[in-house]
Design a binder for this molecule. Structure first.
Ligand SMILES: Nc1ncnc2c1ncn2[C@@H]1O[C@H](COP(=O)(O)OP(=O)(O)O)[C@@H](O)[C@H]1O
Ligand SMILES: [Mg+2]
Length: 259
């Protein structure tokens, strides 16, 4: 079966200046290869600086790869228009308080991707916005609210609605839960799982809590210093980790309520 997303030998390096006239290339991650299927969740775990954000930013098109290829539904991603790519892969950023424009109402925030990426008329956009708000559990009254009028969970709900508004195949979630306490984290995770069940969305999920990752992932990729040191089914990796780094991550990320 063809994978929804196929990452082949992808890598990215950055130029670092080391002196007045000298610079060197430092690998942020890679080469890495993995696949993601429809309706599945892949977690990328690893210590800070392992290359997780650089990797997912390359997948969304925010960063150019230094080498390797990305295929979406069998097509090289470079053959897609930026609208096709944007509609298919959406990212939810680390901190919704800073990623939601404080000067725009929720209605405007949700309207923007539809205006940019679809030819929907105003009525069709309105319908999609209301459907999506309902999907994330917010009443239509919130359309007139500004981000500073929302609680932190509601900001996450709006960020999820913005990511879902174009009905994407894949949503990438980069450490969005770090600022929430444990019960609210589960609320957001359960919302993401509900959306996955209804819409068949695939997720690439970066989070610190291995407990949450086990709860919501089908597969796990363990990154260490930019390289994949272990990958496989979430239950096998969590129950019998092989690599020292995986063991370390499992030990150091006990559920918060046990700490
Ligand atoms: N824009 C950038 N310019 C230079 N180096 C970068 C840039 N983005 C990431 N890096 C480097 O790539 C490596 C991986 O970073 P990152 O992907 O942010 O790690 P993680 O998300 O796993 O904490 C780090 O060494 C970081 O310094
Ligand atoms: Mg990161």
């Amino acid at each position: 079966m063809q994978s929804l997303l196929k990452i082949s030998n992808l890598s990215r390096s950055f130029k670092h200046v080391s002196g007045l006239w000298t610079s060197y290339e430092k690998l942020a991650y890679g080469p890495v290869s993995f696949t993601l299927d429809k309706g599945q969740t892949l977690a990328i775990v690893g210590e800070s600086g392992a290359g997780k954000s650089a990797l997912v930013r390359t997948i969304t098109g925010l960063l150019e790869p230094s080498s390797g290829e990305i295929h979406l539904k069998g097509q090289p991603i470079l053959s897609l228009t930026s609208q096709q790519r944007c509609s298919s892969i959406r990212m939810i950023f680390q901190d919704p308080s800073s990623s939601l424009n404080p000067k725009m109402t929720v209605g405007k925030i949700l309207n923007a991707p539809l205006q940019l990426n679809t030819d929907f008329d105003a009525e069709k956009r309105d319908l999609r916005i209301k459907e999506t708000l309902k999907l994330v559990g917010l009443l239509p009254d919130y359309l007139a609210f500004y981000p500073n009028m929302l609680s932190s969970v509601q900001k996450h709900q709006v960020a999820i609605a913005r990511a879902m508004i174009l009905n994407p195949d894949i949503i990438i979630v980069d450490e969005i839960l770090a600022t929430l306490d444990i019960s609210l984290r589960f609320k957001i995770v359960n919302l993401l799982l509900k959306i996955q069940k209804i819409k068949g969305t695939s997720y690439i999920f970066i989070a610190h809590s291995m407990h949450l990752i086990r709860h919501m992932s089908d597969h796990i990729v363990v990154l260490h210093a930019g390289k994949i040191v272990e990958k496989g089914s979430a239950s096998i990796i969590c129950d019998s980790p092989q690599h020292e780094q995986t063991k370390f991550l499992l030990l150091s990320h006990e559920p918060d309520y046990r700490k």
